[in-house]
Design a protein around this ligand. Structure first.
Ligand code: FAD
Length: 812
């Protein structure tokens, strides 16, 4: 056998990780290796002065001696092993596993001791023990029902949540074999569940914690009831933690919800569910059958979409009060279907609460009781009359018109159709609210009715449109005079909520047989004539002429050509310089679009812009002009030739919401700074859509872009809106400027506009200045900015570039 040399043995001892020390028979230390010295805290020199008693104080030394001396009774090469704490130099106690042998190299004998530190191991074991305790406490206190089983499927721990859930005590469960039949009385079912448990425990990874997919089981409780439980199991080699999640309630609720949903889906009553704000969140198919609105059309809308206008606000106020105070409301409500037809329903509204008793929804359950409620005659009346004014509706008017046409054809007479559209009705509606608007329509209907003969038929088509049927028309002149009287009948102010309101009406007239032989053509032609009346300044009447049809056709052609014009590069932009009259210098340019059609030649913007607006083409055209103008003007502005470029924008761009993008895009593409761009918007648009315009224009103003009101003085400005609008300049319409020097009315208007601008802190610029007299007049009235032929006609970009560099061309 290999024999270790002395030096090799001493190297091993010296470098051993274990502490090695040698005692003589009197228990004096005669050697300590470096590891022992280090762990005990003594130097190797000090060690040689010490005794075993120094390391094993008190009881320790007795135990040590007793163990060690027992070696003498054993064969000479025996060793003895025990664990004992010994004391270090600093007084700390140190747990060690000590192995001792008799040592015969010294006489008569000694002891060689090997001490292995197991303080850390002990510490780790204690830690583990504490963690185990904490884990047990956690499991016991957990609100989730749990069991801990060992690998033989014996229950090691059951928490109180388990006991509360299933009603079993620890005694019931302790012996698992007797618990299985209680929890799973059905033999086959029990075997199936047991085999899943057993398979999982057997398969579990010996090193890692493994878990199985949750399984659903039916567990019979101590009281015999059955719970639907989701069981989840996680295992280590020794133990498995089994978690029980009770889903009985949820499953039964899901089933209940499914049943309720199926009932709601199929009942004949309409169901509307709203949130607490009364916005619709769900409706059933019967709702759609009764109201004619699909679910998509009403989701997010208010139930007032169905409102017929028959109930006043006190009715709904009372409804909500009862709903809040009594917890539900039941009554009859007159509603309107999508087609406009009015119906009556029996409606019950109740709140819905969540499991915590918090109100979350309202449910409206209704039945259409129109048939049962009304007589045949009433139903007929309802179907043929406008609910608000009780006038005949479109359906009944068409019947009357057809009959009148048939009579006229037999008797060789003429029939007149007068199509009326109220002027500025929208302004009243927007300013006073729709209830006041409804009130106004009722008053208008009354006045018209009073101005007509009994035999004339007056109908309301919807909104602010009325139509009149006049039989026995002899000559157009008399019909014209009759129409004028109707217009005049609306001239006196209406009183709405104590305030006087003025409106007007535009009327289009078509006459059978000249303007059409069928009812629908007569209606269509009267409608076109009405548009003509609107274009001619409103509050007047126009007869239909063939020219209107031709104009309609021309419009259609123009729309088709317009659709191609942008791609065909037929548009261009010209620039009309704006001047500071007193300083005789250029200050800006107004960009104006031009359309040169390859066959039709130059087409005036007055002609094609309204068509582009109606055809939805104004956004791309407006975008193109804005980009071109910003790009062309950038150089002039950089060179200081002008301060600002003005670009006209259409109200449609504001309405369609494209304007902000257009402006941002053009500024970005051209590199022009926002403060060098001015947008011109017509007064009429702004005032008719004030709230909407204010919102959009405020966003644009925030960019730094200036805003001017174009054609100021031609519309009806509300001072209140004017104050709120983020406007910088008022542009006085050319109409006032042209006669200002002579006409005292126009002069007075200009003076008023300048005074208004000064009061509101706005700039003024006069358009259409053509001669020195006009200029002198404007300067005298403190209007110093202008544009017009007197200074320059609109110029191409190139011409403008030249002109701006020669301020000398301006008239002195
Ligand atoms: P509203 O703005 O509704 O004001 C009328 C009154 O109701 C005011 O006094 C207001 O304070 C009060 N009110 C409105 N909303 C609430 C609210 N969320 N909480 C407390 N008080 C409120 N109306 C119909 O015309 N036809 C229907 O079929 C119909 N079905 C309904 C079904 C349900 C489930 C609910 C909740 C409401 C229903 N309503 C129905 C009532 C509807 O919500 C409107 O109140 C009503 O149409 C009048 O609308 P409005 O815009 O003129 O006035």
């Amino acid at each position: 056998m290999f024999k270790l040399g002395e030096s090799a043995a001493s190297t091993i001892i010296e470098s051993s990780y274990d502490g090695i020390f040698i005692l003589d028979q009197a228990f004096h230390l005669i050697y300590g290796n470096p590891s022992f010295c280090q762990s005990s805290g003594y130097s190797c020199k000090e060690i040689l002065t010490m005794q075993a008693a120094d390391f094993f104080p008190d009881v320790g030394i007795g135990k040590f001696k007793e163990k060690v001396e027992s070696l003498h009774d054993k064969p000479s090469d025996s060793s003895i092993e025990f664990s004992l704490e010994y004391q270090k130099k600093d007084g700390a106690l140190y747990a060690a596993q000590i192995q001792v042998r008799l040592f015969h190299d010294i006489k008569p004998y000694g002891y060689i001791c090997i001490a292995r530190d197991f303080t850390k191991k002990l510490h780790a074991e204690r830690l583990q023990q504490r963690e185990d305790e904490r884990f047990r406490e956690l499991v016991t206190a957990s609100p989730a029902a749990m069991l801990i089983v060992d690998s033989d499927m014996n229950i090691k721990l059951m928490n109180s949540a388990f006991s509360s859930l299933f009603g079993y005590t620890i005694e019931d469960v302790w012996n698992i074999e007797s618990w299985w039949p209680k929890a799973y009385p059905d033999e086959r079912y029990r075997q199936k569940v047991k085999s899943i448990w057993a398979d999982h425990i057997a398969d579990s990874d010996k090193k890692h914690c493994t878990s199985i997919e949750p399984i659903m089981v039916d567990i019979t409780c101590a009281d015999g009831s059955v719970k639907k439980v989701e069981v989840q199991m996680g295992s280590t080699s020794d133990y498995s933690l089994v978690l029980f999640n009770d889903l009985t309630e949820r499953i039964s609720m899901d089933n209940r919800d499914r049943r309720s949903a199926a009932v709601i889906e199929h009942i004949n009553q309409g169901v509307m569910i709203t949130d607490l704000d009364a916005s619709i969140v769900a409706v059933n198919p019967s709702f759609t059958t009764i109201t004619e609105y699909s679910e998509e059309e009403v989701l997010g809308k208010k139930p007032s979409i169905l409102s017929s206008g028959r109930h006043d606000r006190f009715f709904y106020q009372h409804l909500w009060e009862r709903l809040q105070e009594d917890g539900s409301w039941q009554g009859e409500v007159w509603n309107r279907r999508k087609s406009g037809e009015v119906f009556v329903e029996n409606l019950t509204i109740t709140p819905v609460f969540d499991e915590n008793g918090v109100k979350i929804n309202y449910v409206g359950l209704f039945t259409d009781i129109t048939q049962a409620k009304l007589s045949e005659e009433e139903l007929h009346h309802l179907a043929h009359h406008d609910v608000l004014t009780d006038l005949p509706n479109r359906l009944l008017f068409n019947t009357h018109l057809k009959q009148a046409v048939a009579r006229a054809s037999r008797m060789n007479s003429r029939v007149g159709v007068l199509f009326l559209d109220l002027d500025r009705f929208k302004i009243v509606n927007d300013s006073f609210g729709h209830q006041a608007g409804d009130e106004l329509l009722i008053q208008v209907a009354k006045r018209l009715r009073q101005a007509l003969r009994d035999e004339d038929v007056l109908a309301r088509l919807g909104g602010d449109e009325f139509v009149i049927l006049v039989e026995g028309v002899d000559d157009e002149e008399r019909l014209g005079a009759f129409t004028q009287r109707l217009i005049d009948s609306l001239a006196a102010p209406f009183t709405l909520r104590g305030q006087e309101v003025f409106i007007g009406t535009s009327v289009g007239i078509s006459i059978y047989p000249g303007d059409g032989k069928q009812a629908d053509i007569l209606m269509r032609n009267a409608d076109s004539a009405m548009y003509q009346a609107k274009e001619r300044g409103r509050n007047n009447y126009q007869f239909y002429t063939k020219k209107l049809t031709e104009a309609a056709f021309e419009r259609l052609m123009m729309e088709m050509e317009l659709r191609k014009a942008l791609a065909a590069d037929e548009f261009s932009v010209v620039y009309q310089p704006q001047v500071q009259m007193k300083e005789n210098r250029f200050i800006g340019c107004e960009a104006l679009i031009r359309w040169t059609h390859p066959k039709m030649g130059q087409i005036s913007p007055d002609k094609f812009i309204p068509i582009a607006e109606e055809a939805g083409l104004i956004a791309p055209i407006g975008d193109w002009v804005m980009h071109r103008a910003c790009r062309d003007a950038k150089g002039w502005i950089d060179e200081g030739l002008i301060d600002r470029i003005s670009v006209n924008v259409s109200g449609f761009q504001v309405q369609q919401g494209t304007l902000l993008n257009t402006v941002n895009g053009a500024l970005l593409a051209s590199g022009l700074k926002a403060e060098h761009l001015e947008l011109e918007i017509t007064e009429t648009f702004i005032m008719e859509h004030a709230e909407e315009a204010i919102k959009t224009l405020e966003k644009i103003r925030k960019l730094g872009v200036y805003i001017a009101i174009d054609d100021f003085g031609t519309g009806y400005s509300s001072l209140c809106y004017l104050k709120r609008l983020p406007v910088h300049t008022l542009k006085i319409d050319r109409e006032f400027v042209s006669d200002a020097a002579e006409d005292t009315d126009d002069a007075a208007i200009i003076r008023a506009i300048v005074a208004l601008a000064q009061t509101l802190g706005l700039e003024v610029l006069a358009e259409g200045v053509e001669n020195l007299e006009q200029q002198d007049f404007l300067v005298k009235e403190s209007c110093y900015k202008a544009q017009g032929y007197f200074y320059s006609r609109p110029l191409s970009a190139e011409e403008c570039n030249n002109a701006l560099r020669q301020p000398g061309i301006l008239p002195e």
